[in-house]
Ligand binder design. Structure first.
Ligand SMILES: [Zn+2]
Length: 504
């Protein structure tokens, strides 16, 4: 069946050419003409309402709350990105479609000053990927290449497997037990409501390949970083760049893939039974060098203090296995819907509300790093940054970095009807806005329920059908209320304290 084009396709095309022609000094040359439909304009059709305890006393916030819960804008925008653009790894034609989609959609939603800002990224392309148990019992393993991994030799790598439950456990093994082998990291990820499980589980994917290579391994298999027992492999980046002085600074990286959880369990059982378990892995990714692309930006200009900025961020790129519906299609839908809800409800923020859709978060935070560099002089005027990159589950906590004074109280009062609990421990931010933190930009976390998110995260199952419309509307409403509070004159968290030193 033919998918109908959104009714606004023609207007989008016209608006796109108008808006990208250098409307600000920071604007880059426009991307090529669009053939990508933008998301449809905001719809007011009713979504099932999320639980609300009591409306806020402030009539503007009360109106936003009710409009937000009834709006399907976040869902429509997320669906449009997922269906009309699909997978969009940075540097790919999919990502260039996403840039055109984003400028078009921002115009459809009536954001102002819609423009792109240049970013240079490192490309990485997935190739063929396979792995098999050679012995003791020959069978196929479900594998996917880790992002940024180098390729195996053309004939693959066949080697004995050595298991480690963590990087620390690997470090304790003698080098001769690792040299020439395939290191298998078997570190189960805990299912938690917040990011704790992922935060404590994902180090073996980020740094494990470097740690194994340093000890002489030829290849790496990681148990997929997921809370799901399903037989899907979950990709994600491995780190390739380390700070001077890091133990991994001069390590020559080796090919690495993630295997599905049931396959990891089998490998673990076989290793317990047999001294010798052999695996063959063949991965043919390519790293074709640099590409030039864009962050996409749109604003609601501040009515009385336009120099002061409230920044809403999400990342436009996704991994290539699914359609990036949740990671980070939902985040794009949430921040765009939040801005759109303010416009639809005739909220005139005192400060400028700026939506930034970042390029290349997954492979190396390229867009975020470039944004912080290019906007360093403006950073003192960015009063707060809020990122959406936790999928589509409901918001249940709010945290702030900086002073917990009257602004935090106003924020927690505004969010209370959505059953969002105020927390005193500081905001952790997110990978895109954290690049602004050393410049003193405070962040607010609207912590989402990720209990189900990491079942599908970075897998081929990150598709639209996994999104709960009711929870997504609750999240977009929480972002709209937060934006309204932060964009009022006088709202402040002060400046962010200096960040702790990063790990090597
Ligand atoms: Zn993400």
């Amino acid at each position: 069946m033919k998918t109908p084009l959104p009714v606004t396709f023609a207007s989008f095309t016209l608006l796109l050419t108008g808006a990208c022609g250098g409307s600000t000094p920071a604007a880059a040359p426009p991307p090529p003409p669009a053939e990508v439909p933008a998301a449809p304009p905001p719809s007011a059709s009713a979504a099932p309402a999320a639980p609300v305890s009591a409306a806020p006393a402030d009539p503007e916030l009360a109106a936003l709350l009710h409009a937000g819960l009834a709006s399907t804008t976040a869902l429509d925008v997320t669906r449009s990105l997922s269906d009309h653009v699909g997978a969009r790894i940075v540097g790919s034609p999919g990502f260039e479609r996403a840039v055109r989609w984003a400028t078009g959609t921002m115009n459809e939603l009536r954001l102002s000053n819609v423009h792109t800002e240049p970013v240079t990224v490192q490309r990485w392309e997935r190739g063929a990927e396979s792995a098999e148990l050679v012995g003791p019992s020959p069978q196929r393993l479900e594998i996917t290449t880790l992002g940024n991994s180098p390729a195996t030799p053309a004939g693959g790598i066949t080697a004995e497997v050595v298991e480690a439950s963590s990087i620390e456990a690997l470090e304790k093994l003698p080098d001769e037990a690792v040299k020439g082998r395939i290191v298998f990291f078997d570190k189960p990820m805990q299912r938690t409501r917040d990011q704790y499980g992922y935060g404590h589980g994902a180090d073996v994917r980020f740094q494990g390949p470097a740690a194994a290579a340093k000890k002489g391994a030829r290849g790496v298999l990681v148990r997929s970083i997921t809370s799901s027992p399903e037989r899907y492999a979950h990709t994600g980046a491995m780190r390739t760049k380390f700070k001077p002085g890091s133990p991994y600074e001069h390590v020559k990286l080796v090919p690495a893939g993630a295997i599905a959880v049931p396959d990891a369990e089998m490998l673990h059982r076989l290793l317990a039974e047999h001294a010798k378990v052999q695996v063959k892995m063949l991965l043919t990714p390519r790293s074709p060098g640099e590409a030039h692309t864009f962050n996409v930006v749109g604003e609601i200009p501040g009515a009385s203090d336009p120099q002061s900025v409230v920044l809403l961020g999400a990342h436009l790129d996704s991994w290539d296995l699914g359609t990036g519906a949740q990671d980070d299609g939902a985040g794009c839908g949430i921040v765009l819907a939040a801005a759109s809800l303010l416009l639809q409800n005739h909220v005139a923020p005192a400060r400028t509300v700026r939506v930034v859709l970042f390029a290349g978060e997954e492979n190396g935070d390229f867009g975020a790093i470039e944004y912080a560099r290019a906007h360093a002089a403006e950073a003192p005027h960015i009063v707060a940054a809020v990122e959406a990159d936790e999928g589509a589950g409901r918001v249940f906590e709010v945290h702030a970095l900086g002073e917990h004074g009257a602004t935090f109280s106003a924020l927690t009062d505004a969010l209370a009807p959505l059953h969002v609990e105020a927390k005193a421990d500081p905001s952790k931010g997110g990978s895109d806005i954290n690049e602004l933190r050393p410049l003193g930009v405070p962040s607010v976390d609207l912590t989402q329920d990720v209990e189900r998110y990491f079942d599908i995260h970075h897998s081929k199952n990150d598709v639209m059908d996994q999104i709960d419309p009711e929870q997504l509307a609750q999240v977009a409403t929480a972002y709209a209320l937060t934006t309204d509070v932060l964009a009022r004159a006088g709202a402040t968290f002060g400046r962010a304290p200096a960040p702790e030193a990063k790990k090597p």
